[in-house]
Write a protein that binds this ligand. Structure first.
Ligand SMILES: Nc1ncnc2c1ncn2[C@@H]1O[C@H](COP(=O)(O)OP(=O)(O)OP(=O)(O)O)[C@@H](O)[C@H]1O
Ligand SMILES: [Mg+2]
Length: 382
């Protein structure tokens, strides 16, 4: 029997990636055209990182030099400077002029140039040194200064909303914005999964990045695309999935790529475990129950951190996603006055538990929604 053809939890590419052709083409065209920087935002697990990396792959083939940088990986300003300058240094393949540039831009952080265990050029900064605004500017300007005008650079900043957490002393958002807007040879792609923070960062008049980029929202792929992917991946391992079972996958996962792949991976295991070559609805149900079970401790912990009004609102949204909390909805779900609902909603969106999608407010993780709506939880919550 073939290996499980579904992958979840890390970025995907090649045959594990369904094509998202429109999003991909518009991302590549805007970045290659250079008329605007791009913001791509979507709730967690929609496939932002995979799509961005695919776009960077295409841009590299077209002669752009590309940097992918994840803000989740750095915890301080010196760590940012070190990791960012290292990415630029790697792009320049350790060239002497890059070494000089980095050396002078980051002199206050005492850069050391070495060769890593893998034989590649590496850079270390003194993490204990205190960075200033001009140090950060020095790091940010590196790709612009090193670009030779013929091969523009594309920088993708993933989880960009996290710059807000890096330094209490340096107003990073303003520093980033003023550097970036001076750059002529660098195009930027900003990605983020905390959608409420990304929307505010780029949509609030009072914020430095207001209106500074073309905003692309990534939605779940079209159902037909997801269905075709699911069938093809099962078929690649010699299994067949019926139409009703595919619909079940779509309903449970809400079409969110991570959950589609997770449900299918477990359904595949269930089918193989039962010695079957056909995947039916019952196997998808088994997979969903196992998935929800495997996360129940996590869900429990997250519920314990919430006030009762917040839990009630979550349970209501689990049963019934909605666009507006009118009197009828509030009465039906025992929610109390509108002001209380909106402050509970602010907490839940702030924690990334609830998302505002084109379909209304819904629980970001569909397995969490199933957990909340399950009879076992309803009993416990009473
Ligand atoms: N185009 C795609 N085709 C198939 N599966 C995908 C696709 N995009 C994402 N996935 C699935 O979703 C998972 C998460 O993908 P990825 O890390 O790109 O998403 P993300 O939106 O960046 O997530 P996070 O919010 O956690 O950073 C992958 O492991 C894969 O299972
Ligand atoms: Mg990501």
């Amino acid at each position: 029997m073939k290996a499980n053809p579904f992958v979840y939890g890390k970025e995907v590419s090649g045959e594990n990636f369904y094509d998202r052709r429109e999003d991909f083409e518009s991302l590549v065209a805007t970045l290659a055209g250079g008329a605007a920087n791009v913001v791509l935002y979507a709730p967690r697990r929609y496939g932002k990182t995979s799509l961005a990396k695919k776009a960077l792959g295409e841009l590299s083939r077209r002669g752009f030099r590309c940097i992918y940088f994840d803000f989740m990986r750095v915890e301080s300003v010196p760590a940012f400077c070190e990791a960012y300058a290292s990415s630029v240094y790697a792009l320049e393949r350790g060239a002497v002029r890059a070494m000089r540039r980095i050396g002078s831009a980051l002199a206050s952080l005492r850069p050391k140039f070495t060769v890593g265990d893998d034989g590649k050029p590496a850079l270390e900064l003194d993490r204990a040194a205190v960075p200033t605004v001009s140090t950060v500017e020095g790091a940010l300007d590196l790709p612009e200064k090193l670009a030779d005008g013929k091969h523009p650079v594309v920088v993708a900043f993933d989880e960009f909303q996290e710059i807000g957490t890096l330094s209490p002393d340096i107003p990073l958002e303003g520093v980033f914005r003023s550097c970036i807007q001076r750059h002529r040879s660098v195009r930027y792609l900003f990605l983020g999964s905390k959608t409420h923070l990304m929307k505010r960062m780029f949509g609030d008049r009072a914020r430095p990045f207001y209106n500074s980029a073309s905003v692309q929202r990534l939605d779940v792929p079209a159902e037909a695309e997801t269905a075709a992917f699911v069938r093809a991946r099962f078929a690649s391992a010699g299994l067949r999935i019926g139409d009703a079972a595919v619909r079940r996958v779509l309903a449970a996962s809400k079409g969110i790529p991570y959950h589609v792949q997770a449900v299918c991976a477990l359904a595949f295991d269930a089918a193989v475990g039962a010695g079957r070559r056909d995947v039916d609805e019952a196997m998808v149900d088994v997979a969903v129950v196992r998935l929800v079970d495997s996360k129940s401790d996590l869900y429990e912990t997250s519920l314990q951190s919430l006030a009762p009004a917040q839990r009630t609102l979550l349970a209501a949204l689990a049963r019934n996603p909605v666009g507006r909390f009118d009197a009828k909805y509030r009465a039906a779900h025992g929610l109390g006055p509108s002001s209380g609902v909106h402050s509970a909603l602010a907490v839940l969106t702030g924690k990334g538990l609830v998302e505002s999608t084109p379909r209304g407010y819904e629980i970001g993780d569909p397995m969490f929604a199933l957990y909340l709506a399950s009879p076992a939880y309803q009993l416990f919550a009473r």
